[in-house]
Every structure is written in structure tokens, then in C-alpha cells.
Design a protein around this ligand. Structure first.
Ligand SMILES: [Zn+2]
Length: 311
């Protein structure tokens, strides 16, 4: 299940997707240096491109570099081949005990298996993990071709799934090389995309976090539609069906009222009931009155309610 930490990560990530312009220029300059390209030359030249290695060579942040390359591509300066986005993936199909038998039976594969376990850990048994063949080959001090053969062998033995990337990632310069300082980035467009990315991430997190109404209703509300029917199948609906005992319902309902007022500031009683999609029954009104009696919410002269202490 998602937790607060995941939400924070999504929000932080969204801020990084469009790195600052200085960093974009730096990455562009490093690319030119990497392939020794003079200003004004090499339009449409393609090169093998292992971006992890590239980032390491210039001591650039891995994730930040990945995002910068994407922006440079979006801006039309470079092209990145499909395998840039779809690296090889592996996954162990056997349990650790069976894997150990293979290690013993095929001593030649032992160093590779050990390296995989050391590098990617136990997740290899439960999910597909992205790998970088050049990096693994380097660690084992063998050629990339030899490494790929060993991986294919493990796949043949049905020990592992090896979802091999189609080809080596390629980077193509789509324009003659610019002077990095004068790289004509469309900063306005980049800023707009940056804001949109952050906005979407915030909305997604808001959707996951909210406990006021049913997920489906929340989406409909987001698109400006309204229905009084909850979907009955989302986690919120299931949670609310569980809360059949009166006390559970009461505290649940009351905490939803508090949450709604915290989000919205001031609301009339009618607005609260509408937002929560509940009828104005005596029971519901009593629950709200109790909150007022407990001093948790305040009724103002304008007839609106708010959290106590908030005007
Ligand atoms: Zn629902």
C-alpha cells in the first residue's frame, strides 16, 4: 500500500523532471565533449550512448542527467533510440535454493550470479529489474558480448528471464552543434511543461490521499461532473461499508467533516452535506452539532462553519 513517503517521493520527482536551464546546457556541453564535436558540425551524426557511463564520466547526477537528456530530446537537439528508454531486464524464475544448485553445477556462471545478487539484491526473485550490460561486463572484467552470452545461457537453463534490449542505445545530434552557452532552449515552453508535470503529480497525490469521498466520485468531481452514487468497489467504498457499527460511522463521518472544512475553509451546512454526498438527516445534523459542541468547529455570523480558530 502507498504511504506518505511514496507521496513525498512522487512530489519531489515531479520537481526534478525539468532540470534548471544551466544544467541542461551543462549536459549538452558534456555531450559535445564526450564525442568531441566542434561547434557547427555533426548534424545527424549518431553514436553509441550508454548514458549511465556518460553521467559518471562527468560526475553528473544519474537521475538529473536522465531527465536533462529527455528535455534536450523534447527540445529537438538530440534523438534517443528506443533502447535508451527500454533497457534490458532480468528476473529469476527459480528460488534461491535452485539458483544455488545452478551456481554449483555451472561454476563458470557463479561470478555472474553472485554479481547480480550483490548488485540488485533479492528483488530479482520477485520482479523484473533493469540492468546495464556494459556496467556488469566491466565489473566482471569480461567483454559485453561474453556477458550477454552468459545471460542468455541462464535464460536457456530457465533459471532466469532475460528481456534483452533491442540494440545499443543511440544518440543522434539533430542539429549542428550549438555553443552550449547559446543553446536556444524554449524556456517558456519548458517552464509550462514543468508546471504541468508538477500539477499532475500534485493532483495524483491529492487523489490518493483524500478520504472525503469515493475515488470514482472524486474523479468525476475533478472533471466537473457530479453523482450521488458511490462506486461500491474502490478502497474508500470498501472501507466505508466495513464501518457499519454506529460508533465507527459517527467518528468516520465526523473526521470527514473536519477534513472537508480543513480543505475548503468556510462552508455552509448545506455545502458540507453536498460535498460529503450525504442527506440532511437528523442523525447527520446531530453529528455536526456535536463537533460544534465539542468546540472543534465554529459557526460564524455569516452562517458558515469552519474549523475552530480558522476564520
Ligand atoms: Zn467508490
Amino acid at each position: 500500500m502507498v504511504n506518505e513517503e511514496d507521496f513525498e517521493q512522487v512530489l519531489n520527482r515531479s520537481e526534478q523532471v525539468y532540470p534548471p536551464k544551466e544544467f541542461l546546457k551543462k549536459v549538452y556541453q558534456c555531450l559535445a565533449n564526450f564525442y568531441r564535436i566542434a561547434v557547427g558540425s555533426n548534424m545527424l551524426s549518431s553514436f553509441d550512448f550508454e548514458w549511465n557511463e556518460f553521467a559518471k564520466t562527468y560526475d553528473l547526477g544519474i537521475l538529473e542527467t536522465f531527465y536533462a537528456l529527455k528535455v534536450l530530446e523534447e527540445e529537438g537537439f538530440i534523438g534517443l533510440s528506443e533502447s535508451f528508454y527500454a533497457p534490458s531486464k532480468i528476473h529469476f524464475r527459480v528460488d534461491p535454493a535452485r539458483l544455488y544448485e545452478v551456481q554449483i553445477a555451472h561454476a563458470k556462471l557463479d561470478p555472474l550470479i553472485k554479481l547480480l545478487l550483490r548488485t540488485y539484491g533479492g528483488n530479482l526473485f520477485s520482479e523484473y529489474i533493469k540492468i546495464q550490460e556494459p556496467k556488469l561486463a566491466k565489473s566482471l572484467q569480461i567483454s559485453e558480448d561474453q556477458l550477454i552470452k552468459s545471460l542468455q545461457l541462464l535464460a536457456q537453463f530457465e533459471v532466469m528471464d532475460y528481456d534483452q534490449r533491442k540494440d545499443k542505445p543511440q544518440l543522434t545530434f539533430l542539429t549542428p552543434r550549438y555553443d552550449a552557452g547559446k543553446l536556444p532552449l524554449n524556456l517558456k515552453r519548458i517552464e509550462q511543461r514543468r508546471e504541468l508535470t508538477i500539477y499532475k503529480a500534485a493532483k495524483m497525490v491529492e487523489y490518493a490521499r483524500q478520504t472525503r469521498i469515493c475515488r470514482t466520485q472524486y474523479i468525476q468531481e475533478y472533471f466537473g461532473e457530479k453523482t450521488d452514487n458511490s462506486c461500491g468497489i474502490c478502497d474508500w467504498c470498501k472501507e466505508n461499508m466495513k464501518a457499519q457499527d454506529p460508533e465507527g460511522t459517527e467518528s468516520k463521518f465526523q473526521s470527514r467533516v473536519i477534513e472537508t472544512l480543513t480543505e475548503s475553509g468556510e462552508l455552509t451546512l448545506q455545502q458540507i452535506l453536498e460535498k460529503l454526498r450525504v442527506p440532511a438527516t437528523e442523525k447527520n445534523l446531530n453529528f455536526i452539532r456535536q463537533l460544534q459542541d465539542q468546540g472543534l468547529i465554529t459557526l460564524h455570523q455569516n452562517g458558515k462553519l469552519s474549523i475552530h480558530g480558522h476564520e
